[in-house]
Design a protein around this ligand. Structure first.
Ligand SMILES: Cc1ncc(COP(=O)(O)O)c(C=O)c1O
Length: 392
């Protein structure tokens, strides 16, 4: 190996040095039991999982996967467009479409692919995409691949969007891209205001609701249900890896739109279909959301309890409105130190730094689950108090 420019750049990067010192990423738990995980033999409270409804280890979810495995084997063995399509894909898509209030749905092997597809599969290089500054990397990737022009607007700010839209010709095709619930911030998009602007200015709407579905809305149908706007967003994309207890993703919308996406999105055409067990887990989770609303109720109560505790501790949660709860530190080194102290004390959180979050918003991302007990949350709060006080 010689000392190439690329090698030097990677080694000299000062955040690489901090990462090597604190080792905050790519951990491998040795065991999991609900919201407890074991790392290097030590039991910890998992305070950053996206298993919002706690369905990951639900017996019915596990049983559904076992049955699917026996019936279909381990893999779909191909892409949907060729040999990989199975009856279970269609069944899950029908159920998700019904749940989200759309005509049709398409599932992918990852939410990242779904969110990319929902933009890249519909937009083209002559279009303008209006993007909330804080959208997920998967949506930026879709925008980049579409080669459409991007106009960013201030996070969750309808006036900023309107100002950007009014500068453009009414003749141009325009797409609005945003999240229903923001994964880092826990903010809910002002959907009714966005839809009003979309209606008046002919914007096509793409909403990533990975962190909204299962989590908000009276019956867990996500951001459209929360605002009583079911059926009003052109495309909803998201992930099966949060409340839906598996891995994979979906795009939901009208039949014609999905047909167009299926033939224009590379992520949809050239990637293998999700496996039988993955689909079965998502289908079981979706059934449980309907049949056992107590999981959502517990999530809401747990989140309230946690946020009340954080408020008493004076920890800034960036105005989170949902179960995704950032703890703002606002300083890179302090964030590493607090994160490490929490690990020492047996609490697992996720550190998030610019450019994943805006400058001065260095944070520890925490998330509440229906699987947390009140004792878990109280213990977590107690240890957060110690760690934050130590480095305040
Ligand atoms: C908002 C958002 N969109 C899309 C994705 C991608 O989903 P997946 O992890 O299933 O690829 C994520 C996952 O982190 C996410 O948080």
């Amino acid at each position: 190996m010689f000392n190439s420019l690329v090698r030097k750049r990677a080694i000299k990067d000062d955040s690489t040095a901090l990462r090597l010192k604190y080792s905050p990423y790519y951990h491998h738990f040795e065991r999991q039991d609900g919201c407890r995980v074991w790392l290097e033999g030590r039991e910890m409270i998992q305070l950053s999982s996206n298993d919002y409804l706690g369905l990951n280890q639900h017996p019915k979810v596990i049983e559904a996967g076992q049955k699917a495995l026996k019936k279909w084997g381990a893999s779909s063995t191909g892409s949907r467009i060729s040999n990989g399509g199975r009856a279970y894909h269609q069944r899950l898509e029908d159920k998700l479409a019904d749940f989200l209030g759309t005509q049709d749905c398409h599932i992918h092997a990852a939410g990242y692919l779904s969110c990319m597809s929902s933009v890249q599969g519909l937009a083209n290089r002559n279009d303008i995409v209006f993007a909330d500054r804080n959208i997920h990397s998967s949506l930026w990737s879709g925008i980049g691949m579409s080669r459409a022009r991007v106009e960013k607007f201030s996070h969750n700010n309808p006036s900023s969007l309107l100002r950007a839209v009014e500068l453009e010709s009414p003749k141009k095709a325009k797409i609005l891209v945003f999240e229903g619930v923001y994964s880092m911030e826990g903010h809910i998009a002002p959907l009714p205001e966005f839809l009003e602007i979309a209606k008046n200015h002919d914007l096509f709407t793409v909403m990533d609701d990975a962190h909204g579905v299962g989590v908000i809305g009276e019956t867990g149908r996500g951001t459209t249900e929360y605002f009583d706007c079911v059926g009003k967003v052109d495309l909803i994309c998201g992930s099966l890896s949060k409340a839906l207890a598996t891995t994979g993703g979906y795009v939901a919308g009208d039949k014609e739109l999905l047909e167009y996406m299926r033939t224009h999105s590379k992520q949809t055409i050239f990637s293998a279909a999700i496996s039988p067990a993955q689909a079965a887990w998502a289908e079981a989770a979706r059934e449980l959301i309907k049949a056992e609303p107590e999981h959502l109720t517990r999530l809401i109560n747990n989140t309230k309890h946690y946020k009340n505790g954080l408020e008493k501790l004076g920890i800034n949660t960036w105005g989170s409105q949902t179960a995704a709860v950032p703890l703002i530190v606002g300083d890179r080194l302090k964030a590493y130190r607090i994160w490490k102290e929490l690990i020492t004390q047996g609490v697992f959180t996720t550190i998030s730094l610019p450019p994943s979050v805006p400058p001065n918003k260095e944070l520890l991302r925490t998330a509440i689950s229906a699987a947390h007990t009140i004792e878990d949350i109280d213990l977590g709060l107690d240890r957060l108090a110690t760690a934050f006080n130590k480095f305040r």
